[in-house]
Design a protein around this ligand. Sequence first.
Ligand code: SF4
Length: 585
Amino acid sequence: ILERHGHDGTRLLEILRETQDLLGWLAPETIDTIATAIGWPRARVESTAGFYSFFHTRPLGRYRVLFSDNITDRMLGNRELMQALCNKLWLEPGRVSEDGLVSVDATSCTGLCDQGPAALVNYRAISNLTSDRIDTMAELIRSETPVAEWPADWFRIEDNIRRRDVLLNYDLAPGAALAAGLARGATEFLDEVKRSGLRGRGGAGFLTGRKWQSCRIAPGAEHYVVCNADEGEPGTFKDRVLLTSYADMVFEGMTLAGFAIGAKQGLLYLRGEYRYLLDPLEAALTRRRSAGLLGTNIQGKDFDFDIDIRLGAGAYICGEESALIESLEGKPGKPRIRPPFPVTHGYLNQPTIVNNVETLAAACLIAKHGGTWFAAIGSASSAGTKLLSVSGDVARPGIYEYPFGISITEVLADAGALNTLAVQISGAAGNCLADNEFGRRIAYEDVPTAGSFMVFNHGRDMFDVVSNFVHFFAHESCGFCTPCRVGTAVNRRLIDKIAAGHGSPYDIDEMFKMHRLMQGTSHCGLGNSATTALFDILYKFKPTFERRLQSLDFEPRFDLDYALSEARRMTGRDDAGAHLTDEKS
Ligand code: SF4
């Protein structure tokens, strides 16, 4: 493994993953060997191995079952299914069976919200879990049947495309958009991208042409194109579909971007949860190399470009561009201090563009039809179309492509939503809209989104939704800066306290304080947006909180008096002055 990766530390994630596949886990002596071979201090290798949730520095079961734990999975009964599997295997969630056969746990959203509840078994995705499947799964594990021999239909992942527009109707042969872009020349093609008004589809909405221009003119020995396929925002799965059925368009968009900025190398960072896409994507790259669409002198021009795929290892924060670059360099995915920005100091400190999968795919349309054509689609400040990943309480979950400017009401009608209470836009980090806001429009000038669109009907309790999000952020905070590391943990404790019936207005005030603190002082977008949905839901669905606040006075979560009752009983000392309050029964 080390040989194949050239003892290169920047490939540490690949080295660790392949070693773990071979040995089952990353033992201390394995870390030693890897550190020596790549010439890094042991602590540096250990910090990477310890950062990612898909790397294991202690033995885990030979079967590792991870239940997807997005709110949409919960609405479909994932918790009950996980408990049923644990009961059948005589196991507690989060523990390894005593014989080392199996471990069962939960993981953050796996990008299968349109076909949940979902799970990963030895990192292979299984959709549409049912209690029958759980029964069979328990038998297959007990009989130690290799996962490769489990029923093939369990692993079938559907695209569920419900509405197509210009992007999903793309039907050009591989190489056609590239030929059009190359024929324009790099400067003219970049001008077309600027003219198009294309903005990044990952949520921030930065103008793509401006980003590419900044990178192109930045000095550096090499320039890099990075495709951010670390689609980790809860409720989004559009990139999964693009990478499954439109891989050529994505790779072609990367190649065009390389042409525009003067790069020879592209890197596609694929989230670890989409590992099942790795082989098909590698096969697509091989086909493109054979067809002369990657490599040297592409399509007879003086242009060399190739693409490498790197696999993430279960860290939501790596969707942040500088954390993703750190991860590509073999390090823990902790966001960098910016400036400098990646366009001047990115991968290996060289000028780098990081673009979302959908943004790069859209570049093919611009190469073929031109920027003016693209700019005419959508709304005034939001050119083109947007893919929405629709899930939750709808009759037809899946992928919907609309020109920017579509209203929430129209999306709900198309998806067959009835009796809708709320829509969570753009994942756990986004805004929650109540029914008086459904006339608003998906566009950067109104409701911007990276694509997640989760629907909740009047039968849902929004407290469950917010609790899921608060736990998600506490789990995914990278721990680099104190406001986010502590703030997300405090919020989790406060939400759990309110859920347990010990909440008071004091706890809501505490959450407000955390909100203000985290928004003003967090190092990156995760900490800044971790309380957005919490406060939307708190303002718009107040009764769900109020009915849980049992007391107007502060109530401690930890009841010291009650905790001492056993000691009092054992020592026989129970004088009245030793009690803080009336003892709880
Ligand atoms: Fe890490 Fe959170 Fe700080 Fe971002 S805000 S650097 S995720 S601890």
